[in-house]
Design a protein. Structure first.
Length: 217
């Protein structure tokens, strides 16, 4: 919450499935001067060497989850948690409270006409209470799988397992106030971002707590 006001800044959650294009869309908003609070980046920060969360991961999952230089082995951890539901729950219990605390700290410190908070796993997350509007970046599951194979060199089986562990496309779309379909050209995506930026600036100027959530587009 702003130190000078009882009303927090207007905040938009940017969410979508893995490999849907959230980072691309977030970068486009940043180019327009909008503060971006990215929980993916925060998640990396809280497990950096020397952070308590990394030591807790070592205690819970063992040395095999760390690289030779003492960093989190993301590939090994990803393989572990997407094949073991209990391990995934344990990891989330370690990380999610820390990520939420740092996300709120950064959001409260940010300025700008409004804020974009990137939250990949927004469905069911308490971070929904932090935002006033939800923007979903959407694409088909087949597009997600194709991008995963190109980006992370996962097998198709691994890619489908990751998708199955996340909220479904229908669940994400059900909570959306706004949607960006991200299977076209970058120019098309940028045009949609600019349109939403104008809209969000208008809403932010007359912003009250959760003022316009019923309006969809």
């Amino acid at each position: 919450m702003s130190a000078s006001s009882d009303i927090s800044p207007f905040r938009v959650a940017l969410t979508g499935g893995i490999a849907s294009g959230k980072s691309v869309v977030g970068d486009m908003f940043a180019e327009l001067g909008i503060p971006i609070i990215d929980t993916d980046l925060i998640a990396r920060e809280v497990v950096a060497p020397g952070q308590p969360a990394l030591e807790e991961i070592r205690d819970r999952f063992g040395e095999s989850m760390l690289t030779a230089d003492g960093r989190l082995d993301r590939a090994a951890m990803r393989k572990r948690v997407f094949s073991d539901q209990r391990a995934r729950a344990d990891l989330e219990a370690l990380l999610h409270p820390r990520i939420a605390t740092e996300t709120m700290r950064q959001a409260d410190a940010a300025e700008g006409p409004y804020q974009v908070v990137v939250v990949p796993l927004l469905v069911g997350s308490k971070l929904r209470d932090l935002v006033d509007r939800i923007l979903v970046v959407d694409c088909s599951e087949e597009t997600q799988i194709r991008r995963l194979l190109a980006r992370d060199m996962e097998t198709e089986e691994q890619a489908r397992r990751i998708l199955a562990a996340q909220s479904s496309r229908d669940e994400r779309l059900a909570i959306a106030d706004d949607i960006i379909g991200n299977e076209g050209s970058l120019a098309e995506t940028r045009k949609r971002v600019r349109s939403l930026d104008r809209k969000y600036r208008r809403i932010a100027r007359r912003h009250g707590p959760h003022a316009l959530r019923p309006e969809k587009s």
